[in-house]
Design a protein around this ligand. Structure first.
Ligand code: ADP
Ligand code: MG
Length: 220
């Protein structure tokens, strides 16, 4: 039987053990569907009850353009060394520690393409934190500190052609011209995608694109 979205829910629900907060990671290449999967999981798990599942994207740890300019790395935006990986790992550790206070995570503003501090509150009641991003399973430098903070990591698997189609469409949706979107996706983004694809075997579970319904669910 192929894995379905409904199979994922009990597996995620079982992660917090003995009342302790659990962290679930979702990894995958750019455009693989990580954010969409995380949003749907969080919505389905929270249902209409009091929220006990939070969503913390790795994207909030993009370095700001001003810092990328200073480092001379603006043209590599999205590569592993254009994120504050150590800051992300430190936030994950704080989330595990459970100090009883709200932990604020940064968000990523897609139109400005800039991080935004203090955008995502994780309340002390959150028993499961779903965090998602490209580089959760990398083992270089500070990225190596991420995996030990996570209870499980799932990997979004998708045919390369479909991933590229979706990613180009998303860049266009957020304001890039088609030619610029294609050039970015097949250039800078592709190197990052290849790096991520090589981490797939370290995942605890591979989630095929078919496990998500094709049409995005209506809001609410
Ligand atoms: N199951 C799906 N069916 C169709 N389109 C999808 C599906 N999941 C995601 N998408 C679309 O593909 C694009 C990339 O998905 P996203 O979740 O943003 O990927 P990631 O966070 O891995 O970069 C988005 O525009 C999203 O709306
Ligand atoms: Mg995303």
């Amino acid at each position: 039987m192929p894995l379905t979205f409904d199979d994922l829910l009990p597996r995620a629900r079982a992660l917090p053990r003995g009342g302790r907060r659990a962290l679930l990671g979702i990894a995958g290449s750019p455009g693989a569907g990580k954010t969409t999967l995380a949003e749907r999981l969080v919505r389905a798990l929270n249902g209409d009850g009091p929220p006990w599942v939070a969503h913390v994207p790795m994207d909030g740890f993009h370095l700001a353009d001003a810092e990328l300019d200073r480092l001379g790395r603006r043209d590599r935006k999205g590569a592993p060394d254009t994120f504050d990986a150590a800051g992300y790992a430190a936030l994950l550790r704080r989330l595990r520690e459970e100090t009883g206070e709200v932990v604020y995570a940064p968000g990523f503003e897609r139109v400005l393409e800039q991080p935004l501090a203090g955008a995502i509150p994780v309340p002390p009641e959150a028993r499961l934190v779903v965090t998602e991003g490209n580089y959760l399973l990398l083992t270089d430098g500070p990225w190596a500190r991420v995996r030990p903070c996570l209870d499980e990591v799932w990997f979004c698997d998708i045919a390369e052609e479909e991933r590229i189609r979706r990613l180009v469409a998303r860049h266009e949706e957020f304001g890039k011209a088609r030619a610029a979107a294609v050039a970015w996706v097949l250039g800078t983004d592709q190197r990052n995608a290849d790096l991520v694809a090589a981490t797939r075997e370290r995942a605890d579970l591979v989630v095929p694109a078919a496990a998500l319904p094709a049409a995005p669910l209506p809001e609410g």
